[in-house]
Design a protein around this ligand. Sequence first.
Ligand SMILES: Nc1nc2c(c(=O)[nH]1)N[C@H]1C(S)=C(S)[C@@H](COP(=O)(O)OP(=O)(O)OC[C@H]3O[C@@H](n4cnc5c(=O)[nH]c(N)nc54)[C@H](O)[C@@H]3O)O[C@H]1N2
Ligand SMILES: Nc1nc2c(c(=O)[nH]1)N[C@H]1C(S)=C(S)[C@@H](COP(=O)(O)OP(=O)(O)OC[C@H]3O[C@@H](n4cnc5c(=O)[nH]c(N)nc54)[C@H](O)[C@@H]3O)O[C@H]1N2
Ligand SMILES: [Mo]
Length: 698
Amino acid sequence: MTLPTFCGKDCGGGACPMLAEVEGGRVIRTRPNPAGAPWILPCSRGLALAAEHSSGNRLLAPQVRKGPRGSGQWREAGWDEALDLVASRLSEVSARSGPDAVLALAGAGSIGALHSTSSLARRFLSLAGGYTRLGGSYSNGAARTVLPYLLGPEWKNSGFDPATMSKARMIVLWGANILEARLGSELPTRLLEAKRRGAAIVVIDPRRSQTVERAATWHIPCRPGTDTALMLALLEVLLSEGLAQREWAQARSTGFSQLAAYVLGEADGKRRGPEWAEPVTGVPAGEIRRLARAWAEASPTMLLPGYSIQRVRGGEEPYRLTLALQLATGNFGIPGGSTGSLNNRLPTPRVGTIDPLDVEGRPELPVLLWPDAILGGRSSGFPTDIKAALVAGGNWLGQGADAGKSARALDSLEFSVCLEMFPTPTAGRCDVILPVASPLEKEDIGIPWLGNWLSYKSRAVPPAGLARSDYDIYADLAARMGFGEAFTEGRGEAAWIEAFLKDSEIPDPAAFRKSGFYLAPEQERVGLADFARDPVAHPLGTPSGRVELASAPWARDTGGNPIPQWEGPAALPCEEGELLLVTPKVAARTHSQGGDPASVAASGGHFLCLHPDDASERGLGEGDLARLSNATGATRIRCRLDGSIMRGVACLPEGTWLPEDTANYEDSGSPNALTSTVDHGPARAASMHGLRVRVGRA
Ligand SMILES: Nc1nc2c(c(=O)[nH]1)N[C@H]1C(S)=C(S)[C@@H](COP(=O)(O)OP(=O)(O)OC[C@H]3O[C@@H](n4cnc5c(=O)[nH]c(N)nc54)[C@H](O)[C@@H]3O)O[C@H]1N2
Ligand SMILES: Nc1nc2c(c(=O)[nH]1)N[C@H]1C(S)=C(S)[C@@H](COP(=O)(O)OP(=O)(O)OC[C@H]3O[C@@H](n4cnc5c(=O)[nH]c(N)nc54)[C@H](O)[C@@H]3O)O[C@H]1N2
Ligand SMILES: [Mo]
């Protein structure tokens, strides 16, 4: 039997259409769904979904902790016992300390119209009386904070449909490694097609990623965290060589002349040109000039910025300058061009989704600071004193910044419950673990990160062991706590899907269920195209109606710079001997899924990647154990020498699991032993690239 399916992971794809082959009640394999071909294809992780599903590591029964947190001592419990315990402990905390004492550590482990780990957890807690929620995002916290100031509410419509890539003459992937860390299911195929037809493909990345290897016609290594300086220098060349489309840009923005005056050094005599940027960025001045000229010449040029460039210190500035570059070169909002905003900001087809029932005005904290908020509470200026946590769809311990602090925070809670498929380090520090169904055990509608389409999956097989869907677990808990009917609205899972399809633009739901795929008619949308064509007739919802490159509200609300600027030594250059660490995604994992030691070993191992010259200066050879340290912490890891990474830069991928015992964190090799929850600029967003670290022999 063959059934439509998708993963529903927060992996940059999210809903890639696939087919599950089921034999004898088991899913044998998943393969691409021809309905999505030739452009919308799953990645290697989707094709490995059946293996994840049947992994011997899965949690198949509720667990109640017996020993101290992190001791790994558990006993199995039946559902009645486990749910009674969770219901009574959550109610007790709420009754004693108020509902805000419960923190929703609700992540995106599962995404979909119904099975959204984040929406379901919030819905449950909203109905339970309230909770403290997390705001912002590890992914794009800086960009999503600053972009509304530039674009107004229209920032949500500022992306592009992947098919428009076919019109681009030049594509600039700025810190976007889309062949490994996807930012849309359709981008890899569109990019490789662009390469075949001879488009220029520029990749700006300190590493020679697979995207560089397989697609780039021009690789420009740039020191992490210095993109702002490189962008300013490009603007300087465009302006001083008369290549900028000044009038076009000025008709569509505010602050363009101020920005021009800043890069040309009109006030302070300091030109932010290629010679200024070279020592900061490591990009030769001639290369910067060449890129600026190519950008001005190749029309249209599509700029696709990765999220990486804003997950750095000073990460608020790059996404102001990506917009400025596309305005200066006349590529903003034209077909085959882009606005320079986050690529996936365009609406997906209308379909119903489960309502998290969020109430305005509930206490909220920046996600980066969850450990500080637990440890510090009101006396440290946070809105609430957290006593308990509901953890679902995230491996917070190890994926969040500062692993040591995260562990202390989880250990300090009075009560915590985790809904999980696998015995993650986070689950290991909770009091109760509830086993959840796998992606192949749930019916759902898939909503992609990027693209004007939807996918569908039927329940390929029933849940393994005692596992249950998050929905089913909350419905049961809600019934025990007296609000079952409000949670379910009298519907089972299938009835919800039915209702979502009714409330959708899909003309033929039966055909959709059968094929597993709905492609909306419009596939070549260009975000903000109307505004770009006629900014007077189609103004943006900003105070000026234009793109606010200069933003007084931004400066007023956040204390940030009114126009984007390079802060310089605050971030860089490094002190003598320090390296700049990047901690990117790898193709084999969605974050920490597949980050357990056995899976990591099976997918090639976990290493610190160093340039041979940087290694030899530190007395390190291939396979030696290196020690990385900075103000947050330290970790040891074997190194691999690689002449293709930029000098002065080191790479340690994210997503490996921490050991149970915090005493062993120094041996974890986790980059988040080194990331910090403090000092992070106006957006209070995470810095996970461009970390200054010392590296030496362990
Ligand atoms: N395989 C896989 N793909 C994923 C995910 C996953 O877990 N696994 N997660 C998804 C999610 S949730 C997100 S938010 C996105 C994140 O997408 P990104 O943040 O864009 O992904 P990263 O892998 O962190 O970084 C992408 C590239 O940027 C480079 N880089 C790092 N720092 C800098 C810098 O300062 N400047 C420049 N120019 N380049 C830099 C890295 O070397 C890397 O090759 O990825 C999505 N795609
Ligand atoms: N150093 C460093 N750290 C990073 C990053 C970086 O670039 N560098 N990137 C950051 C980014 S962009 C992100 S988005 C975060 C992601 O970090 P997390 O949100 O922690 O992501 P995952 O590790 O994928 O954790 C998802 C968990 O949900 C579980 N899960 C899967 N399906 C279900 C389900 O149906 N129900 C429930 N209850 N659970 C389920 C999975 O088993 C997994 O343990 O990491 C951030 N951390
Ligand atoms: Mo993310």
